[in-house]
Design a protein around this ligand. Structure first.
Ligand SMILES: Nc1ncnc2c1ncn2[C@@H]1O[C@H](COP(=O)(O)OP(=O)(O)O)[C@@H](O)[C@H]1O
Ligand SMILES: [Mg+2]
Length: 240
């Protein structure tokens, strides 16, 4: 399988804190991978470095074999490297459909891409509703639909299940799975391990800016360093 994303010794510090401290990550075409880890592990910063929202202090990012280190987010999006945000940021005075259409335009796609992605997340019936009137769960779905409508080659999702009800989370994991089955390579950062482990085939654990585990979901909780990292944090129970 070909390498969609490669990071080489990626580093970023804020003040004295090494948020990302030498990350080598390779993602191959067709993967559906989760990045997990305690709060402050560097997951969002890693996404920011990959997608051009922050510039690395050192290290390289390769997308589809091309060095894209420090490339602008807009250019990366046009190339098919799309991300969502932990805190959703839709244009609140536009409708659901209008929000998604903006994404389509960036990639030179027509409105059928918008309809398809809104149907995939179960928001098509709400297409004419102003984004400002949506619930939290609907906003998270809109964020995902906007990203899917851009027909990503690589989709990075930052806590797509955050704050969702169980049934909403089920719809969203279904949409992620479907996108992956249709050829989109997906990396998601998540705290909801039970739902996440059900859909991914690979788990990467970060702690203090480094990767401390990379392998099958079923072996994560058996790895001593991972268990320790979690116990030092907010006390999540792995494997639940
Ligand atoms: N813009 C920033 N300015 C200062 N510190 C930051 C900034 N972004 C992240 N950090 C710090 O970097 C570390 C990693 O944060 P983050 O990448 O958000 O972790 P995670 O997403 O895994 O919770 C944390 O200590 C955080 O406080
Ligand atoms: Mg984060």
């Amino acid at each position: 399988m070909s390498e969609v994303l490669v990071t080489r010794d990626l580093r970023k510090s804020f003040g004295g804190i090494a948020a990302v401290n030498g990350v080598d990550l390779t993602v191959r075409e067709g993967e559906l991978t989760a990045i997990i880890g305690p709060n402050g592990a560097g997951k969002t910063t890693l996404f920011n470095l990959i997608t051009g929202f922050e510039r690395p202090d050192s290290g390289k990012v390769y997308f589809m074999g091309r060095d894209v280190t420090g490339e602008k987010p807009y250019n990366l999006a046009r190339m098919g490297l799309i991300r969502t945000f932990q805190i959703v940021r839709p244009l609140r005075n536009l409708t659901v459909l209008q929000n998604v259409l903006i994404g389509c335009r960036v990639r030179g796609l027509g409105p059928e891409a918008a309809e398809e992605s809104l149907r995939a997340v179960g928001l098509w019936e709400k297409r004419d509703v102003l984004a400002s009137l949506l619930t939290h769960g609907e906003l998270k779905k809109l964020e995902l639909a906007r990203a899917l409508a851009m027909r990503p080659k690589l989709l990075l999702l930052d806590e797509p299940l955050g704050g969702l009800t169980f049934s909403e989370a089920e719809e969203v994991t279904g949409a992620i799975r479907e996108a992956n089955a249709n050829g989109t390579t997906v990396v998601l950062v998540e705290h909801r391990l039970r739902e996440t482990f059900r859909i991914v085939r690979r788990v990467v654990v970060m702690n203090q800016g480094r990767i401390i585990y990379d392998g099958l979901p079923e072996n994560v909780a058996k790895t001593e360093e991972v268990v320790k990292a979690y116990m030092g944090g907010r006390g999540w129970v792995l494997g639940t």
